[in-house]
Write a protein that binds this ligand. Structure first.
Ligand code: ADP
Ligand code: MG
Length: 207
């Protein structure tokens, strides 16, 4: 089980990781978008990190919703409202829990994905963050059903997210700015799928 303090710690580490990889994510977006993904996400998480003193001792729903608010308010572009909705829905699902296990995490990730799908009107195979999120969720569920081992399940999820990023290199973008490139988007990995994979990696390394 992971308690509220640990969730807050992990969220801060996600913010630090995004900040660290800001230029890499922006470089990816330079190739198929407008080169702002890393900068966008780092701005959003920077705002979240500034709220951390007020979030000490708050329930997990409040922590995730605060991240959702920061991303919605401070991040321009597509990814702000999309990740913002993801974290807001995740927070709604976590509610007033102060401790979560893998089964809760599965529900939280499911809600986040539904939020992204609803907001972005996208499905898998369109070269978006969903191409990392959906396979990750499926793999986590499958591995957890089989082994009842939470750590193994998260690792399977991370491996599937990484495969999802590789898969985005092979397909044409049909949503977001990258869709303007049509076939020229082939060969390049999706920035949003990459940033999601980084988030999951931090989660994996810290539970
Ligand atoms: P913008 O494209 O507005 O510049 P960002 O560069 O911050 O915004 O984010 C781009 C990322 O957003 C893409 O790599 C992709 O993963 C994601 N994205 C764009 N449109 C959608 C959508 N409709 N559904 C899901 N994800 C999307
Ligand atoms: Mg962009």
């Amino acid at each position: 089980m992971v308690n509220q303090d640990k969730v807050l710690e992990i969220m801060v580490k996600i913010g630090e990781k995004i900040e660290e990889d800001k230029l890499f994510l922006t470089e990816l977006d330079n190739v198929i978008g407008d080169g702002d993904h890393g900068i966008n996400m780092a701005r959003g998480f920077g705002d979240f990190i500034s709220k951390v003193p007020d979030l000490q001792g708050k329930d997990i729903g409040a922590i995730l919703k605060a991240a959702g608010m920061s991303l919605t308010m401070k991040v321009g572009g597509a990814s702000g409202p999309l990740y913002g909705t993801a974290y807001l829905q995740a927070g709604k699902t976590a509610g007033d829990k102060t401790e979560i296990g893998i089964e809760d995490f599965i529900q939280i990730l499911e809600a986040a994905i539904e939020g992204v799908k609803m907001r972005g009107k996208a499905v898998t195979g369109e070269k978006t963050m969903l191409d990392a999120m959906v396979p990750a969720l499926d793999a986590i569920k499958e591995e957890y059903d089989a082994s009842k081992d939470a750590k193994k399940a998260l690792e399977a999820g991370l491996a599937a997210a990484k495969e999802g990023v590789e898969y985005t290199k092979t397909i044409i973008a049909t949503k977001g700015r990258a869709s303007y490139l049509g076939e020229r988007s082939i060969g390049h990995q999706d920035p949003g799928a990459t940033s999601f994979t980084e988030m999951l990696q931090v989660i994996c390394e810290n539970v």
